[in-house]
Design a protein around this ligand. Structure first.
Ligand code: UDP
Length: 259
C-alpha cells in the first residue's frame, strides 16, 4: 500500500502554526496540516451567557464556531447565511471543538468571561475538525497568556494542552492523519482528541458502510497517540514564541506555507 502523498503509515502531514494572523482577536493562529488550513482565533468577551448569570454559575464559558469559507473546497460551498440555515455538519463540528477545549481549561480561573473560539477553514483537504481543535487550543493559550500579561488574569487557566488528529483504514492498512483522497477512500475514519498527558478527551469513529476489528481500532488509537504527542510539542513551541512574533504579514504567511 502506498499513500497518495507517499507518507509512512504513521507519518503526519507537515504541520505549521503561524501566530497572530488576526491581530484584533485576543489570540489567533493559522494552522496547517498539509493542504488543510484553518484560521483559528480566540476572542475574550468580558461577560458570560445569560443562563450562567441567572443560574449563578461561577467562572467563565467557552464556545466555538466552525465554518468553511466558500472557496475552501473544490466546488464553491455557499455560506450558511445565503442558504438561510446552519449546516448540520458544521454545528456537529463546532460542538466537538467546544467540548474538546472546555475539557482542558479551568473555567473558574477564567473568571466571568466568555472565550469565543472561531475556526474558519481556508482550505479543506481532510481533517478540518482535528486541525480546528489543535489550532483552537493554540489560539486560546495565546489569548489567555495575553490576559496574564495585561494583568487581567493571575494563573494560566489551561490545565492541559489538547490536540486532535485523524486515523483511518486506507486500502486495508491503518494510517495516521488522512488527507482528502485517503478520507474519501477510507473504510474507517477516526477523529481522536487527547490531552498532552495522552489521556483521551473524545473519540469519533465510524466504519462508513464497513466494519472494523478491535485490532484495527487499537492500531488507529496507537497511531493517534504517536501523532498527538508530536503535535503537542509543535503547539507548545507556537504558544511560547507567539508573543515574540510580530503580527503575521503576507511574507511570513507565504514562508509558513513553504515549510
Ligand atoms: N468536504 C468538502 N465539502 C464539504 C464537506 C467536506 O469538500 O461540504 C471535504 C473536505 O476536504 C473535508 C473532507 O471532505 O476536509 C472530509 O470531511 P469530513 O466531514 O470528514 O470532516 P473533516 O475531515 O474535514 O473534519
Amino acid at each position: 500500500m502506498t499513500r497518495p502523498d507517499g507518507r509512512q503509515t504513521d507519518q503526519l502531514r507537515p504541520i505549521s502554526f503561524i501566530p497572530n494572523v488576526a491581530p484584533y482577536a485576543t489570540g489567533s493562529v493559522l494552522v496547517a496540516f498539509g493542504d488543510t488550513r484553518v484560521i483559528c482565533s480566540a476572542t475574550i468577551e468580558e461577560d458570560v451567557p445569560r443562563w450562567m448569570r441567572t443560574q449563578r454559575v461561577e467562572g467563565g464559558w467557552l464556545t466555538a464556531e466552525y465554518s468553511m469559507l466558500p472557496y475552501s473546497t473544490l466546488d464553491r460551498k455557499p455560506r450558511d447565511i445565503s442558504r438561510g440555515k446552519l449546516d448540520g455538519r458544521s454545528s456537529e463540528i463546532q460542538r466537538l471543538i467546544g467540548r474538546a477545549l472546555r475539557a482542558c481549561v479551568d473555567l473558574k480561573k477564567v473568571g466571568q468571561r466568555t472565550i469565543w473560539i472561531d475556526c474558519d477553514v481556508l482550505q479543506a483537504d481532510g481533517g478540518t475538525r482535528t486541525a480546528s481543535i489543535t489550532g483552537g487550543c493554540v489560539a486560546m493559550a495565546i489569548a489567555l497568556n495575553r490576559l496574564i500579561s495585561q494583568g487581567k488574569l493571575k494563573d494560566f487557566p489551561v490545565k492541559k494542552l489538547v490536540a486532535a488528529v485523524s486515523a483511518g483504514v486506507f486500502e486495508g492498512v491503518p494510517v495516521l492523519d488522512l488527507n482528502y483522497p485517503e478520507d474519501k477512500a477510507a473504510s474507517v475514519d477516526f477523529n481522536v482528541v487527547m490531552t498532552e498527558s495522552l489521556d483521551f478527551v473524545e473519540i469519533q469513529g465510524s466504519g462508513e458502510e464497513a466494519v472494523f476489528s478491535s485490532d484495527e481500532m487499537s492500531a488507529m488509537l496507537d497511531l493517534s497517540r504517536k501523532g498527538i504527542s508530536e503535535i503537542i510539542s509543535l503547539q507548545r513551541q507556537a504558544i511560547l514564541t507567539a508573543d515574540r512574533a510580530a503580527p503575521a504579514d503576507l511574507a511570513s504567511l507565504a514562508a509558513g506555507f513553504r515549510k
